[in-house]
Design a protein around this ligand. Structure first.
Ligand code: AMP
Ligand code: MG
Length: 492
């Protein structure tokens, strides 16, 4: 590995934390790097010059060369995986390239993922293969276009090396961009070792980075910080549910303090509405099923609160009371965000207490028939103008739906908003295009076989999920029955 001439204008801060927070370790060279994808608009947003970068892209985004001012490190963290605590995980196949200040003045991490072994690799080879790398690229960029906080994808390269899983597969490296890589599990790492000073340093660091307003709060700042994180996660998970997203592996090491969606392993979008939907092959108990996500979010936040508790008050009973009170605010915070989103989806501007019941009835009607989640809501956009055909066609027995439509219309009357405003509000909350599993799988299969065209088409389509895209109707259609039930596999 060699240093390149190019500077990324890194402005690293994590490196100033004590040595026990990370390991200084370089990416491991790969044989024959080749650039597969490069996100030029994102590069520009990060203050990078795509044209100057282009000749070096394969070398830099494989980790074979690193920018002149990069100082690669791997971060340590712990985590609860499927409820079981693992005291040391860490970046086992990722290296932080550095932090940049983007065009909007926001600090962003650049990280190689799949870049070789680190002191935290345990039994792993430190590598990733092309399928999951492309999957993360596609779905994270789709989430971003849907308006959901998420890490982004800057580049994907193949390594020219084989990765051994159940089969021999083509190796690849993803360059990921994140508001930070601080996780609930980062706090758990220090807390579980009894390193209170480490927890305090980490909390002050995270606060400075994500919630600087809290810094002036004296000793009350830690509680204020937790409240902010609870609200962000409530908002994030509400947005997942509003578009039918299932993260699939909500371990505490995969929950970001910044409130971004992170770690796209076995995630997938639901088709027919059923809160019990699970796609991940390793989630045999349905711990991370669609409808369990808010509950798991609160559970994870309780683990975070435990680590911060000693900072809340010197009296441990009082500290526990404050921690509980904050974590217990999650369901209300979640409901607030979710109902706000549902009002958008149903074209409602004003609030009425019965709105929650109206939503519940719709979801129950959908669940009875496993009606397609995305198409039902998109169909309601047309129905708001009196065209019920599209949404009714999704129900084999639309009688119950008709009853609900009548109640919704009565509610819209009371809302008394102009029909055009209502229609455009609904269209911006109800996507036409989501990364449907059968489309994603077909695109990945072709890409791994060397044909990037279907992937490119899908990626472009998902950049404008709320627009009708004439000629692309097939991408919005129901999945062919032969592709269900669908399973995802952890992206290792
Ligand atoms: P994940 O399931 O991707 O969130 O990863 C959980 C932990 O396993 C993290 O510490 C990863 O760095 C580590 N890990 C996953 N895959 C590999 C691999 N191929 N080599 C080394 N570590 C890995
Ligand atoms: Mg992870």
């Amino acid at each position: 590995m060699t240093r390149s001439e190019l500077s990324f204008h890194f402005d690293n801060t994590y490196h100033r934390l004590p040595e026990r927070f990370f390991a200084r370790v370089l990416p491991v060279r790969v044989k024959a790097p080749a650039l597969v994808l490069f996100n030029a608009p994102l590069a520009e947003e990060l203050g990078l010059d795509p044209e100057r970068l282009a000749p070096h892209a394969a070398e830099i985004f494989s980790g074979n060369r690193w920018p002149a001012d990069a100082d690669p490190i791997a971060l340590v963290y712990a985590g609860h995986q499927f409820g079981h605590f693992v005291p040391r995980l860490g970046d086992g196949r990722a290296h932080l390239m550095g932090e940049v200040i983007d065009r909007h003045g926001r600090r962003r991490d650049l990280q190689w993922k799949g870049s070789g072994q680190t002191p935290y690799s345990r039994q792993g080879d430190g590598r990733a293969w092309l399928g999951p790398v492309l999957r993360e690229y596609l779905i994270s960029e789709a989430m971003w276009a849907l308006g959901i906080p998420t890490t982004r994808s800057l580049a994907a390269v193949t390594t020219g090396e084989a990765v051994r899983r159940e089969r021999v597969l083509p190796g690849a490296v993803l360059t990921r961009v994140a508001a930070s890589h601080l996780r609930v599990g980062t706090f758990e790492y220090f807390a579980s070792r009894g390193d209170r000073e480490g927890v305090r340093l980490l909390a002050d660091y995270a606060m400075a980075r994500h919630d600087p307003e809290c810094l002036t709060g004296g000793e009350g700042r830690y509680l204020a910080f937790l409240q902010r994180i609870v609200d962000r996660q409530a908002g994030l998970i509400a947005r997942w549910l509003l578009v039918g997203f299932i993260h699939g592996v909500m371990n505490t090491d995969n929950m970001s303090i910044s409130g971004e969606t992170i770690d796209y392993g076995p995630c997938a979008f639901m088709n027919g509405y059923d809160p019990d939907t699970v796609f991940s092959s390793i989630d045999s108990w349905g711990r991370y099923a669609f409808g369990n996500q808010p509950g798991i979010g609160a559970w994870n936040l309780a683990r975070l609160a435990e680590t911060l508790m000693p900072l809340f008050a010197s009296d441990s009973k009082e500290a526990l009371r404050l921690a509980n009170e904050t974590v217990e605010s999650f369901p209300d915070r979640f409901l607030h965000h979710w109902m706000a989103g549902m009002r958008h989806k149903l074209g409602l501007f004003r609030e009425e207490p019965e709105d929650q019941e109206l939503v519940r009835e719709l979801l129950e009607t959908m669940q009875n028939e496993r009606a397609d989640y995305t198409l039902t809501f998109r169909g309601l956009c047309a129905a708001s103008g009196g065209e019920d055909g599209m949404v009714r066609a999704l129900f084999s027995d639309p009688v119950r739906l008709d009853g609900w439509l009548a109640r919704w219309r009565a509610r819209l009357e009371r809302d008394a908003s102009p029909p055009e405003a209502r229609f455009s509000r609904m269209r911006l909350a109800n996507p036409q295009f989501i990364p449907r599993n059968h489309l994603v799988e077909a695109a990945l299969e072709a890409a791994v076989a060397g044909d990037m065209q279907p992937f490119g088409t899908l990626l472009a389509l998902l950049q404008r999920p709320y627009d009708d895209q004439p000629g692309r109707e097939a991408y919005a259609a129901l999945p062919p029955p032969s592709t269900e039930p669908f399973q995802t596999f952890c992206g290792t």
